[in-house]
Write a protein that binds this ligand. Sequence first.
Ligand code: HEM
Length: 407
Amino acid sequence: MTSRRGFLGAAGGLLAAAGTVARAASNQPVAGTEAFFGPHQAGIVTPQQSHCFFAAFDLTTDKRDDVIAMLAAWTHAANRLSEGKTALPLGDDARVPAPDAADALGLAPARLTLTFGFGPGLFIKDGKDRYGLVASRPPELADLPRFNGDQLIPAKTGGDLCIQACADDPQVVFHAIRELARLSYDSAELRWVQTGFISKPGDGSTPRNMMGFKDGTQRPADIDKSVWAGNGAPAWMRGGTYLVVRRIRMALEHWDRTKVSFQEETMGRHKYSGAPLGLQNEFEPLGLDRNDKDENPVIAENAHVRLANADRNGSADILRRGYSYNDGANFVAERWPPWRQGMEYDAGLLFICFQADPRTAFVELFGKMAKFDMLNQFTTHTGSGLFACPGGIQPGEYIGQRLFEKI
Ligand code: HEM
């Protein structure tokens, strides 16, 4: 029987030898698909799909070749999955394990994108340079500091690698992660996962988060500058970006007992229209210099949008691409706070953002927000991760090839 490791080696060899993968033959996007190959990885500036399944992995092998074989197998399968195919071709050899769980057979590709990221642990873990990559660790991939108020759960934090699967179908994203995880059995194990969703209003307006506010109004003015690693980046990161993920639990019971006017003061925007406080239109500039008749700022000093605004933070711009999450509810025995009804939602925001340099973007922004943002009384960060997403993949290449081969 073919061992899994044997298969991985074979998949890596197949890519290297043939110099091509399935999609390369036509390179024409199939209807309802997002191109897998290109100058940038998909799933970053791709119009946001309705479902996300985010997975972080720990590497369990100490062999560099195992990691390469796994990445080659992931690349091969991810390209097929993006086209709506099974992860591996379905065969009729009953002696080998099922090549694909087949639960997504017959489903549309649903614009599936698979975005790969490398965490600090790929470069160095417990002081060990496991794969000879430590000299290639980019300074931008510096560990995130501990932020004020962080209550990170180790089982929802970190990871040596990540895959963000996004699609317009919840089963398609689960299937994709499941298949890629199966291909990594000998080399990596799942560390944590998180599902997420956004529902887009039929009129095309901005979707709302669980707090009932439009979320995603502001986007960086210059995506090229704010999101993509520049020409100074190592070859493997050119056209790449850095992903920060935060699992943010919302105290929805508390929020729901708060007046809309206070909610608006907290955000700095009107709840129903999404317009900056005191204005009419969602897409008007924030107008942070506006004062009321008593000379107090209309948008408070500690309102979320003021603290998050790039112009007030040395142009620290990020591309947000988050999803709501709903992990059910926890039973909570006797304890404060008084609005508790025995059950508390474990729901909130799977915050995901992309940027050229997290040190001058997320860390700069959130460092201040974690201390002063009015929103903090309603949110708790329980999970976190930082990953370098290499530049786009070309036909015949595997993800991270330019890093491993130091091209
Ligand atoms: C549960 C947590 C959060 C909620 C509910 C939330 C909600 C919102 C809302 C409603 C807006 C205004 C609409 C928009 O422009 O999209 C906004 C803007 C923004 N948020 Fe958050 N957010 C959260 C966490 C974060 C975090 C952790 C960051 C990290 C830096 C962040 C960064 C931003 C930025 C950069 C803006 C745009 C500010 C501007 O107008 O210039 N948010 N957020």
